[in-house]
Each structure stands twice: as C-alpha cells, then as structure tokens.
Design a binder for this molecule. Structure first.
Ligand code: PGA
Length: 274
C-alpha cells in the first residue's frame, strides 16, 4: 500500500491497442450484488490467466464491497484493477452503511463507479451528491466512472440530449479542468440495462459523441482524452461493433461480466480494437 495516492491512469500500462485518438480501451465489469468473496476469488483465478497476454486494455472488475480487499490482493501485480460500485461524498460521519473515498483508497481500490442508474433510482443518488463525489474520488487517488443515460420515456420524448447534458454538466461541475482527463464516463441507456436490448451502433455513437462534446464545453483537450464507455446489454457477440465506434472507448458490462470466459472475450475484443 502506498502512502501517496496514485491515480489508476498513472498506474496503467503502456497502450498497444488503441481506442479513438490514442485513448487506452477500458473494460469494466460491474457485478452489482453478485458473488460472495469465495465466488469472487474463483472468478479472478479464472480471469487472470485468460487476460495475461492482453496488453493495452485497462481491465476493471467492480465487486461488492466485501470482496474488494480479497480481489485487490488476488489481482495485485496483474493488469486487472479493482473498483468499488459506489461511495459516499463525506470524509467520515454518521452515514450508516456508507463507505468513504479514503477507506477505498486505503486498501488500494483503484476507482469507483458513481451515479449508476440503479443507485440513482433505488438509493436516491442525486446529481448534487455526485458533484461532490467526483472530486472527492480524484483527490483520494480513485478513478471515477460517472454513469449517465436516459430512460426509454426520455428517449421517446426526444429528451435524450437534455438528460445527458444535465447529468454530465452537473457531474463534472466541480472537477478541476486538469483532472478531467482522468474521469471515465459510461453512457448507459437505462432501457438497455439488463434487458438484452442493446443500443444500435448509431444510437451509441450519437450519444457518446454528444457526451464527448459536452466534456469539450468544459475543456477541449480533456474531451479528446476522456474515455467514454458504452453500457447496457454489452456481450461478446455485440462488443465488436460497439467497440469499433469512433467515440466509444470501451464498455461497462453488467450481466456478461459475471462469467470469466465471457468477460475475458470482451476484453480480447477491445484489445483488437473492436
Ligand atoms: P448489463 O448492465 O450489461 O447487465 O445490461 C450494465 C450496467 O448496469 O452497468
């Protein structure tokens, strides 16, 4: 454990595969509330040899809190980083059930998913809280993955861009410009999460390109560096066409990340550039 927090982007290995504009592809598995510690250990034991030869892709698994320490230890020295699925914005305090950025950084967790639609919907995570969480994560040395995306109703009403603008602008508002390139953003249309309905390549490129333009309104250079992921029923059989899109730099994978073979296959597709 280091005393000086290092960001995941400082730790990452040099890239061979490349997403658009030289950005290193990024594949994250969000396990949600799946896998005991023993199951998590079995997964990582199966994944590490599968991805040992893969270079130039940032590979992340996001287990439940209880499995973080075990996976950090098992993945140490490998190309797989371990991220949390959420955190609280305060340093400490009377927030029963919550975990702070410093607590995650202390055990060498590399980053944290923030604002997943399930956290927003079931646990009242607000844009205002997220605005505080992003800089807090960065200061602690954690890479934040900010999740944004529209509901089916919002898409049908023509409100997709309005929703994305609001979520991206609120979420990034307090991130210092020089740290913007370290933020990862996941565009996850809510109607595609866990439904088996994937966005078409056109829909994904349009929305992710729009998100990149929103980042450019904060800082043009940062927008070229920020990794933007697609999420929502991403699987080995649709990953290639999504990964090949010019603005899509990787994927936030839910259901298909629970199986080491399937997740490893998505990582390999990213390594090949989609
Ligand atoms: P899914 O979940 O891949 O199961 O649709 C994606 C997510 O919620 O991040």
């Amino acid at each position: 454990m280091s005393t000086e927090p290092t960001s995941a982007s400082q730790r990452q290995r040099p890239a061979k595969a490349s997403a658009g504009a030289g950005r290193t592809p990024f594949i994250a598995g969000n396990w949600k509330m799946h896998k005991t510690v023993a199951e998590a250990e079995q997964f990582i034991a199966a994944l590490l040899p599968r991805v040992a030869a893969v270079d130039g892709v940032e590979i992340v698994v996001c287990p439940p809190f209880l499995a973080l320490q075990a996976l950090v230890d098992s993945a140490r020295g490998s190309q797989v980083a371990v991220y949390a699925q959420t955190m609280h914005e305060a340093d400490k305090g009377a927030f029963t059930g919550e975990v702070s950025a410093a607590m995650l950084a202390e055990i060498d967790v590399g980053g944290v998913v923030l604002g997943h639609s399930e956290r927003r919907e079931y646990f009242n995570e607000t844009d205002k809280a997220l605005q505080l969480k992003l800089p807090k994560a960065l200061t602690a040395g954690l890479t934040p993955i900010l999740c944004v995306g529209e509901t089916e109703d919002e898409r049908e009403r023509g409100d997709t861009e309005r929703k994305l603008r609001h979520q991206v602008q609120e979420g990034l508002e307090k991130v210092p410009a020089e740290r913007l390139p370290e933020v990862v953003i996941a565009y996850e249309p809510i109607w595609a999460i866990g439904t088996g309905r994937t966005a078409t390549p056109e829909q994904a490129q349009e929305a992710v390109g729009f998100v990149r333009a929103l980042v450019a309104s904060f800082d043009k250079a940062a927008a070229e560096q920020v990794r933007i992921l697609y999420g929502g029923s991403c699987k080995p059989d649709n990953a290639a066409e999504l990964m090949a899109l010019p603005d899509v730099d990787g994927a936030l994978v839910g259901g298909a990340s629970l199986d080491p073979a399937g997740f490893g296959a998505i990582v390999e597709i990213a390594a090949q550039g989609g």
